[in-house]
Design a protein around this ligand. Structure first.
Ligand code: M6R
Length: 611
């Protein structure tokens, strides 16, 4: 849930670390800190954003070629200067940055206090560094050995980097459960929670594996297992470009990512279908096609927006492939005693590929013998590596905390998968498949058309920026879109919003409707169109304000809605890819008008690596 960066090499470490922390700020932004080795081991840290840290260190001596930094999302202890990372050990000889949670920190802390260690903060990370110090003193061993032994004592998740005054040219890093990427430059090394701080300097990276320990000393890299066995690093060449991780002239990452969707949807289907020959191919699914086709049931586990994409997939798979599908919140699934059978296929969906609950749900399903298929956006992420097979979404880096292009990319990939299984099982007719493929190919251009509604949506947003509540309604394929629209609005504008299947309204939520209540109805032309028209009437009868997303050319709904947003016509199976666009823009503009930080909304972080 936090972001970490470290550097050792021939350049000044501080500017590299500060820039890297800014790129990782989406992971947490309540405090930030940096440790630099320049004669002494100096730590500077501050509550607030990386910019606050930058201002704080502007008059300090921050020279040095080795250092590490951290941007925090609080778990143990409120956001303040003391709880910010890095943390020194009691002697101040060593310091740590940590992303993750040490579950047995309370017991370890009690033990360490009894041995004379003192603590400044409330964090589990300070316990970790004191444990390392304690082991080092008691065993009279090297720092590397002490870190290795400490890994056997801690329970939980971590990506850590440790610096020591006694070894001023050495960085020690380790991971379990939290991501850590190592960049290999010319005579220099980088460590970071993801590749974005590294890519400006090198494309050669190593994704550290769980329980691996990396030691960089005097320009040499040594990777060892927890059992001290030397490991051969698998060096990957990343295709990520600098352009793709910068704002590119947009005011916010979220807006840039919304506008990237024609391209990201295209990239997610690129090379995966040839419409003319009715040919679908997806490398990740090829050897599992039979398993998918013979699955008794498909379980989908995910969180947040990815869970909404899972709901769309439930409709698609059941429609095209006639296999029963259940969509589960990973956080619930992992803690109940779910029935999972060997012939079940579990699809785990995650943009970041690091969501702790989704990872735990995967482990649980694996232990019960199911085949796990992952749909992730971040290449090399923990979920991508924990699954038996999978498909990447190719949306490119998503930096805004509110997920936008990841959703449409996930729905695109899930649509392709549903069509592949449906055609393999013979439940999706060839002519219908052909129609769908042709229509899917048109979607990026139609998304472009929907994006052109931006100014109109901004005007609508201006009228509702002071609303305190919102309701979102949809039916069929547009029901998950209603949920997604409500989530987008609440997470970035802090307006209370609820998404419902439109027909459920009369079972309770209708009581909320009065002249103050904006109701966003996604009412594109589909098999339940007539029904949703009746739902709009029900809202109107109670004086609710109707903002309707309709299909271009609709003449009925404009006579009854306060505002009408027209999206291009498409097949109802693909409707979510278009109808979600105005909802993303609506929430974006409302949030900006309310003065909210849309890219870094309060209390949230991009990847939720805690349970
Ligand atoms: O990285 P993941 O897709 O696993 O993340 C899941 C959720 O945390 C994420 O979708 C979250 O709900 C977003 N903030 C929604 O915009």
């Amino acid at each position: 849930m936090c972001g970490i960066v470290a550097y050792v090499g021939h350049r000044e470490a501080c500017p590299i670390i500060i820039k890297g922390l800014k790129r990782l700020e989406y992971r947490g932004y309540d405090s930030a800190g940096i440790a630099l080795m320049n004669g002494d081991l100096n730590v500077y840290k501050k509550k607030g954003k990386v910019a606050d840290l930058e201002a704080f260190i502007s008059d300090k001596d921050v020279h040095g070629n080795i250092g590490m930094g951290h941007t925090r999302w609080a778990t143990h202890g409120e956001p303040n200067d003391v709880n910010a990372h890095p943390h020194y050990s009691s002697s101040r000889n060593i310091a740590i940055i940590h992303n993750g949670i040490i579950e047995n920190y309370a017991a370890l802390k009690t033990l360490l206090i009894s041995k004379g260690h003192t603590f400044q903060s409330e964090t589990d990370s300070e316990v970790f560094i004191n444990l390392i110090e304690d082991i080092r003193i008691n065993n009279n061993c090297t720092l590397v050995e002490a870190v290795r032994l400490a890994l056997h004592e801690v329970v939980g998740a971590y990506a850590i980097v440790v610096l020591s005054k006694d070894d001023p040219n050495q960085l020690v890093a380790a991971r379990k459960g939290s991501p850590l990427v190592l960049g290999i430059g010319k005579g220099e090394y980088f460590l970071a929670s993801d590749a974005t701080p590294i890519i400006e300097y090198t494309n050669e990276v190593v994704y550290l594996k769980d329980y691996e320990l990396a030691v960089i000393k005097d320009g040499e890299l040594d990777i060892r297992s927890k059992e001290d066995i030397k490991q051969t690093p698998y060096i990957q060449h990343l295709e990520l470009t600098l352009d793709s991780i910068e704002k590119g002239g947009y005011e916010h990452f979220m807006l840039k990512e919304i506008f990237e969707q024609p391209r990201s949807i295209m990239d997610s289907m690129r090379g995966r279908m040839i419409v003319e020959s009715n040919h679908l191919m997806m490398g990740g699914i090829r050897e599992f096609e039979n398993k998918f086709a013979n699955a008794e049931r498909i379980l989908i586990v995910a969180c947040g927006t990815s869970w909404h994409a899972g709901l769309v997939a439930e409709y698609l798979i059941e429609d095209f492939a006639r296999i029963p599908v259940e969509v589960e919140y990973a956080s619930e699934f992992r803690y109940r005693n779910p029935i999972v059978r060997e012939r079940d296929i579990v699809i785990a969906i995650s943009q970041s590929g690091e969501t702790a609950d989704t990872l735990a749900a995967i482990e649980l399903a694996k232990s019960k013998g199911a085949t796990i298929f992952g749909i992730c956006n971040v290449v090399g992420s923990s979920i991508a590596r924990a699954t038996d097979a999978g498909a990447y979404t190719h949306a490119g880096p998503e930096i805004g905390v509110a997920s936008t292009k990841a959703f449409t990319a996930q729905v695109t990939v899930l649509t392709l998968i549903s069509m592949i299984i449906g055609s393999k099982r013979g439940t999706l007719e060839t002519s219908k498949l052909h129609q769908l493929m042709a229509e899917l190919e048109n979607i990026p251009a139609k998304v472009e058309q929907a994006l052109a509604l931006d100014e109109q949506i901004k005007r609508i947003a201006a009228q509702y920026q002071d609303a305190t509540n919102f309701i979102y309604l949809g039916r069929g394929y547009n029901y998950p879109v209603a949920l997604e629209g409500a989530l987008k609005l609440k997470e970035i504008s802090y307006i209370h919003a609820e998404g419902y299947p439109a027909a459920e309204m009369k079972h309770g939520p209708i009581a909320l409707i009065d002249e103050q209540m904006p109701v966003v109805v996604i009412a594109t032309k589909d098999s339940s169109y007539e029904k949703i028209v009746s739902n709009i009437q029900e809202v109107r009868a109670r004086k609710g304000k109707v903002i309707a997303v309709v299909t271009e050319g609709d003449t009925t709904i404009p006579t009854m809605a306060d505002h009408v947003i027209e999206v291009p016509e498409t097949s109802e199976h693909l409707a979510p890819l278009l109808s979600v666009i105005p909802l993303q823009l609506l929430s974006y503009h409302i949030a900006v008008m309310r003065g909210c930080n849309v890219d870094q909304p309060r209390n949230l972080a991009k990847s939720v690596t805690v349970e």
